[in-house]
Design a protein. Structure first.
Length: 101
């Protein structure tokens, strides 16, 4: 007869607690006059600024058709992007952060 192995008792896995957002990202930031026509006026947290910016980009079809990583600037975004006609989505966050205080 083959001996059956006893199942070793493992400690119960700890439940992961819900991830709490960083306080720095949730702090309302003042929006510059150049950025307010794009996302609206009033203080917003950084996370909300990013959401509203992407909503604006998608609503106006500003993502480049060939390379979806690039954003084509309209008149409002050109001011935010420092006069550039096209920026990558990674450079976009760096350029937008200059308009937050």
């Amino acid at each position: 007869m083959a001996a059956k192995k006893k199942a070793s008792k493992k400690p119960a896995a700890k439940k992961k607690s819900a991830r709490k957002p960083s306080a720095a990202f949730m702090k309302p930031m003042q929006i510059s006059a150049a950025l307010s026509p794009v996302i609206g006026a009033g203080p917003f947290p950084r996370t909300e600024v990013t959401k509203k910016l992407w909503a604006y980009i998608k609503k106006h079809g500003l993502q480049d058709a060939k390379n979806r990583r690039n954003i084509n600037a309209d008149d409002h975004l050109k001011v935010v992007f420092g006069g550039k006609k096209q920026v990558s989505m990674f450079d976009m966050t760096k350029l937008v952060s200059k308009h937050l205080k």
